[in-house]
Design a protein around this ligand. Sequence first.
Ligand code: F6P
Length: 546
Amino acid sequence: MDASTVADALSALRAHAGRSDAPRVADLFKADPGRFARFSVAFDDLLFDFSRHRVDATTLRLLVALARAADLEGRRAELFSGAAVNGTERRAALHMALRNLSGAPMRAQGEDVDAIVAAERARLLDFAQGVREGAIRAASGARFTDVVNFGIGGSDLGPAMAARALSPFVADGLKLHFVANVDGADIADALKGVALETTLFVVCSKTFTTLETMTNAASARARLVAALGEAAVADHFCAVSTQLDRVAAFGVRPDRVFGFWDWVGGRYSIWSAIGLSLAIGIGRDNFKDFLRGGEDVDRHFQEAPLERNIPALMGLIGVLCRNALGFPTHAVIPYDQRLVRFPAYLQQLDMESNGKSVGRDGRRVRLDTAPVVWGEPGTNGQHAFFQLLHQGTQIVPVDFLVAARPIAADERHHELLFANCLAQAQALTQGRGIEEVARQLEAQGMAPQEAAMLAPHKVFEGDRPSSTLLYGSLTPRTLGRLIALYEHKVFTQGVIWNVNTFDQWGVELGKELAVKLAPLVADADAPLDGLDSSTAGLIAAARARR
Ligand code: F6P
């Protein structure tokens, strides 16, 4: 990649997208009845509509030119080749190998990984199915009724999000719980009313050193031992990690330990044994379908031309919004209550991957990188923050996600949900001008003076961009597809911004400082010298209040 070619491509994009006489998207719709067909891409029962963005044929051409200037196709090939694309950690980023059910050869830094992946997946799914069907039981011989997952970040957000998303597929009589925070309230609330005698604990940590997870796992272990005795640990604990020696030291019996590999990043690990709790809940076949969804998208991302390549387009449109139009945040609004945790999942995926200010070359980047990603399900958001989306001073590009058909939910409710999703996208595009507002107020019989006062408050500027991802229904395969689409979107953007999408050094400093501060918090007499006055003042104030 030549930085000046990328800069030129971006300048051309900025010049076109930012020109003062750029038409409003609502006018583009009026002028071109074929706009939806031109600016949407179908992939099986999934449809990506980006016609509500500020794009025309030239924008699309310039975006693809930008992708080529950054060598997206070459970098994509490098990613799938298993080369060490995570340069600062000298690792591949080959999470795609975990969902490679077709068995196409995959190598991580030259090492063939298909066989080890398939073998570990088979062990995992046998175990998961055994728990689900009651063949694997608690120490007392009773069936497990509850599964408690300990993990944080990628070892929590993926399985927790997916378990909620796929709740209709979770076996009756099984409850899945997710405990992440070191705040003791998290585990206390999760275990309230849960019978330890029929609970399986799943400790998930890639490194098996993470403070939160280790603290929660140790607390649960102590509680289990107090209630059922040391011998019960063997039946009630299992673990997932890349660090098998550390797991052994914790005392999990070897056949209850499931591994994965350092070429799987935490936020990309839902496809690995980190998905164990999910697999127990939804079972072997559904879990495989979930993997198949990811695999579908890997194929599409590698094979579809850039102009029709959904994750590439999602990434490029994000670059248009971020770097050419200057929008600092990005909202993800699923009109799908079971995707309630999807925005939080995407926050880690996107912001931990591309929230960087140093490029792969070690220099300060010249472009803004990841936007702030946020969101909540619709319709709830409509009654909360949508005011800002429609009338705030910042423009927030939105991804709407919605199913054509509900699963285990009322059809009539779904019609209303769907209509609301369409209405919000429409309102953001078309807005409502002052003349229309004035006409409306007049028609309501409002006095002219009062109407003139009220009218500006009722104006919607419109021309606010959104994409819509429509899918058949939220099945395991669909969920796999949605996650993989966003993974490759994030990869695409990392290529344009030339950052290492697969490291996360920015999480380290806070962890180090917390380790130093913990003893000062625990010991009421420890001297607070050398701390900045805010830290010292807050510790002292907390001590005084205890
Ligand atoms: O602190 C950030 C992070 O390292 C994430 O990248 C990761 O998903 C999370 O912590 C949990 O890490 P682990 O799985 O090693 O416990």
